[in-house]
Design a protein around this ligand. Structure first.
Ligand SMILES: Nc1nc2c(ncn2[C@@H]2O[C@H](COP(=O)(O)OP(=O)(O)OP(=O)(O)O)[C@@H](O)[C@H]2O)c(=O)[nH]1
Ligand SMILES: [Mg+2]
Length: 340
């Protein structure tokens, strides 16, 4: 289908067929891309078959891209860093997408709008695509289908994908399963504490960025940076050597350096199999996760399983034994009743 006919379809009606979505995404059509991501994010059972069709019809994603997670404490300046950097790096040959994942709190609509406004300047750049997504109450700060959304963005021609997520827990582990590089953005805090983030979580990051190094905050930013360096220096895991940055989106300090070090790592990735090996492993992670989620949803809507659960919940209430004991009993009981 030609580009013109795809566009005329968009204008003529709101309803998209999967075929239109496929050709639209492959042509880099933004309306088709947005619709496709909405479909992928849909939790409605009626959309499952369209989702399957969409991925059946799309070619496999072989794009050589860079996926960067931008995570860290709320308000540290993640969106501001992207706003300062992305406008500089995006061009018609280097298209940049930002997936901004919001925590699904009662405030989430406000915060989605907040991010849109914060990135207003970027939103006008034709080489940049910003997509705020609610995380649909998934544990951590990721949307359940962020993996699939990244594939759609890459098939639509985006070369660098940023995933912005507020992270103070499980989401760091998962964001590492989605991206090639993790940036952890921190603000100057008290200096000697890790701003409520567990050390293990900061250790997962590749780049540690202390932002807001300006004005009165400059000296505490320097203290915080050296604190992180000392805390993490002796704890190098495998993979990329951790790097530390002092940044300010107000003065521009460190932003160019952040990008040039990122490009150096990209070159290193390209000279080895590192990214492709990582991505194969990540694919298995998400496959297994989907299977587990699928099983859980089938089981929890199965009347026999639900009935047994209620039966055991009742026994548990009247017993002094532990939930652990009854969980094991329950599993053996259900397994025994499966057809041989
Ligand atoms: N002093 C100073 N303030 C900054 C800097 N960068 C961002 N801010 C301010 O910090 C606040 C939060 O910035 P955001 O970019 O929205 O932070 P964020 O990490 O994306 O926030 P969430 O997405 O809500 O977690 C805003 O009021 C910014 O103006 C900086 O370099 N220096
Ligand atoms: Mg933000």
């Amino acid at each position: 289908m030609s580009k013109e006919s795809v566009i005329s379809k968009i204008k003529s009606r709101n309803k998209w067929l999967v075929n239109d979505l496929v050709s639209g995404v492959l042509q880099g059509n933004i309306s088709a891309l947005s619709k496709a991501i909405t479909l992928v994010e849909s939790q409605s059972p009626k959309d499952i078959s369209s989702k399957n069709k969409l991925f059946e019809q799309l070619p496999s994603n072989q794009a050589k891209t860079l996926r960067i997670a931008v995570t860290g404490v709320p308000g540290a300046g993640k969106s501001s860093i992207l706003e300062s950097l992305v406008d500089e790096i995006a061009s018609d040959t280097h298209k940049v997408a930002i997936l901004a994942i919001d925590p699904s709190s009662p405030m989430s609509m406000g915060s989605i709008l907040g991010d849109k406004t914060r990135m207003e300047k970027l939103a006008k750049n034709p080489d940049v695509y910003i997509r705020p997504s609610p995380n649909q109450l998934h544990l951590g700060g990721l949307s359940i289908y962020t993996y699939e959304s990244i594939s759609l963005l890459e098939l639509a021609g985006f070369n660098t994908i940023f995933v912005e997520t507020v992270g103070v827990g499980q989401s760091e582990f998962e964001v590492k399963q989605l991206t090639d590089l993790v940036w952890m953005v921190l603000a100057p805090g008290g200096g000697d504490e890790l701003q409520g983030i567990k050390k293990g979580i900061i250790e997962m990051a590749d780049f540690i960025i202390v932002n807001k190094a300006d004005g009165d905050l400059m000296s505490s930013a320097k203290v915080a940076l050296s604190h992180y360096k000392n805390a993490l220096h002796y704890n190098q895991g495998s993979g990329i050597q951790k790097e530390f940055f002092l940044c300010s989106t107000y003065s521009g300090l460190g932003i160019k350096d952040l990008w040039s070090r990122t490009m150096a790592i990209k070159e290193k990735f390209e000279s080895t199999d590192e990214i492709s090996l990582k991505r194969i492993q990540q694919k298995s992670y998400w496959f297994e996760k989907r299977v587990m989620e699928g099983w859980t949803s089938i089981l929890s809507s199965n009347p026999y399983f639900r009935g047994k659960l209620d039966e055991y919940a009742d026994i548990l209430k009247r017993s002094n034994n532990t939930p652990f004991f009854y969980a094991n009993q329950f599993i053996s009981d259900v397994l025994r009743s499966l057809p041989k």
